[in-house]
Design a protein around this ligand. Sequence first.
Ligand code: DQA
Length: 146
Amino acid sequence: KRLLVLNGPNLNLLGKREPGIYGHGTLDDAVKLARETATEKGIEVDEYQSNHEGELIDAIQQAEGKYEGIIFNPAAYTHTSIGLRDAISAIEVPVVEVHISNVHQRESFRHHSMLAPVCQGQIVGFGLLGYRLAALALIESLEGRR
Ligand code: DQA
């Protein structure tokens, strides 16, 4: 079994990018947290990051049949992308939306997610730990312990 950790625009800069908001951890650190939790359960984790909306849509389409779940931080596209929402709707694979920062404490344009209604759930505001929590949530629900 495999999970995909999918990250959207500017998350390649984690660790350097607005550390007051996102902390000093890197994207590798985030993936590592998810992978540690998955490995304990015998599940493998792949990762993909893109700054391009279409490439993220491609990755979601290609996840069908390959992954049991997707941990997805759509970054700024969270708030804008009908295309990503339609891609998630088009697949059977469950998606957990993750945000490192508590978007509800920030600008009002970050309060709305286009994607949340088509995701299994959302984890917001726990920093990089959110990636671990998302892995745990997906795995436990896959095991029917929801
Ligand atoms: C983010 C929150 C988004 O509003 C923002 O555009 C990001 C990161 C987060 O992880 O807190 O790039 O998704």
